[in-house]
Design a binder for this molecule. Structure first.
Ligand SMILES: Cc1cc2nc3c(=O)[nH]c(=O)nc-3n(C[C@H](O)[C@H](O)[C@H](O)COP(=O)(O)OP(=O)(O)OC[C@H]3O[C@@H](n4cnc5c(N)ncnc54)[C@H](O)[C@@H]3O)c2cc1C
Length: 371
């Protein structure tokens, strides 16, 4: 967006584009509150719903994205269902839906008769669901590279295999020291954005800023290709589950089941090491998926994988200006695959000196100090 407006943009990436969370996530486009946002009750859900303006913006931006960036990005917004198997879950879904609707999300409760009509593939155990017509999926393997190509076409530069090792501000500009196989050099910029996933807190430390994030290692599983079965993004109101079918027919099973982060001797997480896949997560996720989609018990799994991502304690993203660091911005936290286009929009506005349409106060990194 900035490059399109004539700004000079350089993306510095230590590894390869899409090598980390952005290329290994489930590709769910979440606009409803997720299980991790409602599992601690209605008040926690109400707090997490403060991110709804970013989700509503993302719903629009994802549908426009292929045209906006002139690239073939696989985006399908064929609706999402958060399902309930008992009356407690139905009540929670009703309250959740009410909160979401108060923010303007198109989402409503449907009963078993309607489930039979639009989602007959779901087990009889499912008694109700919240249906959000704009939810859906995108292909995480191809979306990032497509956006990178669009950025290059708009005039941005991308330097991969290049690590930011120092961030300092003097003379009214940011000085960024980067290291690559060619050696070390210093770049200078009016504005910088830290969008470094689980490494965000460490990059913040380079400039003396506290950017609090909680790292999470998660696992995903994918089945072999099968004929069209699930048109929706399916989530559960009573546990960690997301289910969807990719365009090529594979069914992706996830929803936030943990993998084990590898830690150094001092207890600090080692994000360079691959997290350990946990058998308990593998079986727990599969059990839950088969319970609500019995057909899955006959479909072979072909692969499971792990990845790392960040959340925050209030489940809201960390996005906007970095306090006391003029010209420095951050974007991370939560379902940042879904929210990526909204993050890009608000940051492009801020960098261009415009007031973003969304009030970012609730997402400021220093909100925990203010509370
Ligand atoms: C298994 C899994 C499933 C998920 N499912 C979903 C989902 O369905 N929907 C959803 O919305 N979100 C999902 N997420 C979350 C989502 O993937 C992340 O929030 C999002 O991809 C984060 O994007 P990012 O660009 O901030 O981080 P990343 O994609 O991790 O990119 C950060 C980049 O910063 C680079 N970097 C780090 N340090 C430096 C440095 N010093 N110098 C230069 N570069 C550096 C890294 O090399 C990395 O490439 C999932 C995450 C996981 C792990």
């Amino acid at each position: 967006m900035i490059a399109r407006e004539g700004g000079r943009v350089l993306l510095v990436e230590r590894d390869q584009i899409n090598q980390h969370a952005s290329g290994s996530n489930a590709g769910s486009l979440h606009f409803q509150l997720e299980y991790r946002m409602i599992e601690r009750g209605v008040e926690a859900a109400r707090k997490a719903a403060e991110a709804m303006p970013l989700h509503l913006e993302a719903a629009k931006l994802w549908s426009d994205l292929p045209d906006l960036c002139g690239q073939a990005i696989e985006v399908k917004q064929t609706g999402g269902l958060m399902i309930a198997e008992n009356t407690h879950q139905v009540e929670l879904l009703e309250k959740k839906t009410e909160i979401e609707r108060s923010w303007g999300l198109d989402n409503r409760m449907i009963d078993r008769t309607e489930i039979d009509r639009i989602a007959p593939y779901l087990s009889e155990r499912v008694i109700a669901a919240a249906h959000c017509p704009t939810e859906g999926k995108a292909d995480a393997r191809t979306a990032g590279p497509a956006l990178a190509r669009a950025a290059l076409q708009a005039g941005a530069q991308i330097q991969t295999r290049t690590e930011v090792t120092r961030l300092e501000r003097h003379g009214g500009r940011w000085h960024v020291v980067v290291t690559s196989a060619e050696g070390t050099m210093e770049l200078s910029a009016e504005s910088i954005v830290i969008a470094a996933g689980v490494w965000t807190t460490r990059l913040g430390q380079m400039m003396g800023a506290h950017l609090p994030t909680i790292p999470l290692a998660l696992m995903m599983t994918v089945t072999q290709r099968v004929p069209k079965l699930i048109p929706h993004l399916v989530q559960h109101a009573g546990g960690r589950l997301s289910l969807k079918q990719a365009l090529d027919g594979n069914i992706l099973i996830g929803g936030g089941w943990p993998a084990r982060l590898i830690r150094n001797a001092d207890g600090e997480p080692n994000f360079e090491a691959k997290p350990e896949l946990l058998a308990s997560s593998l079986s727990g996720n599969a059990d839950m998926a088969i319970r609500v989609l019995p057909e899955l018990s006959r479909i072979p799994v072909i692969r499971s994988w792990v990845g790392t991502t960040t959340v925050t304690s209030d489940q809201l993203p960390l996005v906007g200006p970095i306090p006391k660091q003029p010209g420095a911005f951050v974007a991370t936290g939560g379902s940042a695959f879904t929210l990526g286009p909204s993050f890009a929009q608000v940051l492009a506005d801020l960098i261009a000196g415009r007031m973003p349409d969304t009030d970012l106060t609730a997402f400021a990194p220093d909100r925990y100090e203010r509370a």
